[in-house]
Write a protein that binds this ligand. Structure first.
Ligand code: GDP
Ligand code: MG
Length: 351
């Protein structure tokens, strides 16, 4: 899972990236290279499972963060290098996190609503270019072959054009299964889950109007002060804990970001446990048992028989897997079982 950090120049993208990665990448330079880091997803439940099973190793779920350099408004329509780079990295991400400047910092009066609109416009123009190209091709094919070659796609692309021309993101549209399959062959930007990160002046709250505007386009919204978070990330955990309380920050930026990512992508975690390994896995909400098995190994999905399922809370109450079994809290579930957040799974399969 890869999250692209995007936004205009000097909004604090690299500062936020440093807060997440503890990377110390240079800020305030409007750099041109993207920064990439792979981070563990902290999960207190996995810590507790590790205590319970004393496994040889503990494996956290992971997320990749990429700090994508900003660009000047209008870049997409110009088609210059800045825009190409931005769009290429943005398209490779599973979700986009837009950093919006709400602090002055010598960059002038912030205008978060305008920033949101500016970036949305760039993404919309980029998507519209794809749609127009595709429609043009389909029209040409109709002329050469004398018939509509891809009627579902044609209707969908026309619907997309109407949506984008009305300045609305593709994210808003309901798609059926056929359409979803077609869409997965493209990498539209306005269809990607969006997280809006208001980069606040110290102690400030997210701006109400811009928050409402972000929510209206289906974004997850959060506010933080990237510079303070960057400083926090440089401290030892004991110092950081004290600093957090002093500042009235309840959780570090990385946790807030991960929660927003899980929300925006409708994700949840399940666990596998044992003496060898305790591990957290990520799946979409609504995933059935075989789908979850497939995240562990494709063989497990192919040869899926049943899943032994223990709810996290039940395991904690029982104190051990054996005790949970004794209390009838370990269930055998079939292929239609919808995995719940925190489930401990053991897959029975044969290939
Ligand atoms: N006052 C203030 N300055 C910040 C904050 N976040 C970033 N900055 C500063 O704004 C400048 C641009 O930040 P940077 O992360 O390089 O922005 P980017 O171009 O979006 O990557 C740097 O000088 C940062 O120190 C913040 O929360 N408050
Ligand atoms: Mg930067």
């Amino acid at each position: 899972m890869r999250i692209g950090i995007i936004g205009l120049k000097f909004t604090g993208k690299t500062t936020l990236f440093n807060a997440i990665a503890g990377a110390g990448a240079p800020t305030g330079q409007g750099g041109v290279d993207p920064h990439l880091t792979v981070g563990k997803i902290p999960d207190p439940r996995l810590d507790l499972l590790t205590e319970m099973f004393s496994p040889r190793r503990t494996v956290h779920a992971q997320v990749e963060w990429i700090d994508i350099p900003g660009f000047k408004p209008g870049a997409t329509a110009d088609g210059g290098r800045e825009a190409t780079r931005f769009l290429e990295h943005g398209r490779a991400a599973d979700a986009l996190a837009q950093v919006v400047r709400c602090f002055d910092g010598g960059y002038g009066l912030p205008d978060p609503e305008k920033e949101l609109a500016t970036l949305a416009f760039e993404l919309t123009v980029a998507d519209l270019q794809i749609v127009e190209n595709r429609l043009e091709r389909l029209a040409k094919e109709k002329v050469t072959t004398g018939k509509v070659v891809a009627p579902i796609e044609l209707a969908m692309m026309q619907r997309f054009r109407t949506q984008l021309e009305a300045d609305r993101p593709l994210r808003d549209l309901e798609l059926d299964n056929d359409e979803r399959k077609i869409v997965s062959g493209y990498s539209f930007l306005t269809i990607k889950p969006l997280i809006v990160v208001f980069n606040l002046a110290e102690g400030a709250s997210p701006p109400a109007g811009a928050s409402a505007a972000a929510r209206a386009v289906g974004a997850e919204v959060l506010g933080l002060c990237a510079r303070v978070e960057e400083e926090l990330a440089e401290l030892s955990s004991a110092d950081a804990a004290e600093f957090l309380t002093d500042l009235g920050i309840t959780e570090p930026a990385v946790n807030l970001m991960i929660r927003a990512v899980y929300g925006a992508l409708s994700l949840q975690s399940f666990f596998t446990v044992g003496e060898d390994e305790c591990r957290a896995w990520t799946v979409r909400r609504g995933t059935r048992a075989p789908g979850a098995a497939g995240v562990i190994h494709t063989d497990m999905q192919r040869g899926f028989i049943r899943a032994e399922v223990t709810a996290y809370a039940d395991l904690v109450t029982a104190g051990s897997l054996a005790a949970a079994k004794g209390a009838n809290k370990v269930r055998l579930e079939g292929k239609n079982y919808v995995v719940q957040d925190g489930d401990i799974l053991s897959i029975r399969f044969s290939v």
